[in-house]
Design a protein around this ligand. Sequence first.
Ligand code: PNS
Length: 168
Amino acid sequence: MKKAVYPGSFDPITLGHTNIIRRAAAVCDNLTVCVMVNSDKNYMFSTEERLDFAKRSVKDFKNVTVECFDGLLADFMQHTGCNVIIKGLRTTDDFNFEVQMDRINKKLYGKLETIFLAADPELLHVSSTVAREMIRYGRGVEDYLPPEIVEIINTDKCLGGNNDGWER
Ligand code: PNS
């Protein structure tokens, strides 16, 4: 497989995402991680931060690049001349949703195919949602985020400050 795109919100990028990136990059020549906008979501991190975190997390992967796109995934694929989308699946809910997305994307651009990679069983509990909760409440994110991002979160007092719900 020549080229593939792994799209997502990456709010923030997690160890689950980097696991999918590593496995997808092993079976294609070039993988583009596309930091996108999901209009249903209010993001904790700005587009610039999500992009920066993703770039730092994949810096050691030789055939992976990171881009950012605010628009339809099908349009990004068509503009970049790539037909293969990579999606990671953790739950049956993910599967049911992503099968619909596959259908919608195909209707928008008929050449598209989505390849699903099942999450590594050891990372099934890892999600951006859980990582954000840990950050909000000042708990460690070492089990959820790549080390490069943990370092940033831990030194950013705005995000990693003590917020355990108790008034002091
Ligand atoms: O990490 P997420 O939030 O599950 O990623 C979802 C994402 C960003 C890949 C998806 O919302 C998306 O493709 N957004 C771009 C707009 C689009 O193409 N929507 C599909 C038609 S409804």
